[in-house]
Design a protein around this ligand. Sequence first.
Ligand code: NAD
Length: 288
Amino acid sequence: MDAGPRAQQLIVLGAGVMGSSITTTAVGHGIPVLLVDVDEEILGQARNRIAQQLRHAQLLSALPQERRPGELQTSTSVGSAMGTTAVIEAVTEDFSLKHKLLAGVSEAVPPGTPLITNTSGIPIDELADGLPRPEDLVGTHFMNPAYLIKMVEVVRGPRTAQATMTAVEELLTALDRQAVLVQDSPGFVTSRLLHPMINDAARIVGQGIATAEAVDTLMQGCLGHPTGPLRTADLIGLDNLVDSLAALYERTGEERFRPCQFLLEKVERQQLGRKSGQGFYEYGEVLS
Ligand code: NAD
């Protein structure tokens, strides 16, 4: 007899923009999540954000209406990790931090548990290097907001096992996401295309050629971009954008990835986009 899909239970590392949004997606599909971050204040903000996102998603019918939400637990440590079926890493875009956390969590979960990184552009094989089980690591690039965007870029590293790919496929089916598989490389497909475009758009504003509104309006009206690159930048978070561009520049040496001065100055002034209430645009409410 077919036992049917196995019940999922997730650990999500990092309760920022993406960790919260991925957790909303999972909980909204009835999957229990242990969400881990460095302190209780961040976890408290994440709990509020997730509750808000669940309401937003329900209003838009973006989550199954009839399903009971999965249980959300938050903690500053992974603990025993008993029963975990997959770990999703969504911490700051910093190689050493991600590598250390992935190595630590792989000691806590049984072999064969997929370790899923949501990195924007660090090659999967670079992160896999030196992990106890490099075959368990895979890239799954959820977009923001993960509970609204159904498409997910899946990145298979050269050492990712077929069993890991199968388990991730099962998880994405349970989350009702559609996967597009790509090969491993810095920035994969989406960041390699999107991030330099945003960098260029910011450069144009910095040079006084056009306002952010004008850039976004032209990109929307003439080229069919849904929101414009600078509204997208504010949604991503300018700090994450700069970290991701720097990671790509470091690995490719291509000038188009070097974060432009205007972006760096915005981050220095803590104008991070929606998460701080101001970026290229002003927001009445801080996303906390
Ligand atoms: P963020 O800055 O909003 O959140 C990162 C979180 O990681 C913070 O809450 C931070 O406290 C936490 N963290 C740092 N050290 C930690 C540790 N030792 N243990 C647990 N948590 C820790 O960043 P984000 O935008 O959510 O990005 C997370 C990842 O997702 C990055 O790799 C980013 O490149 C990627 N990503 C971001 C977007 C986006 O739109 N923002 C989209 C796709 C992928």
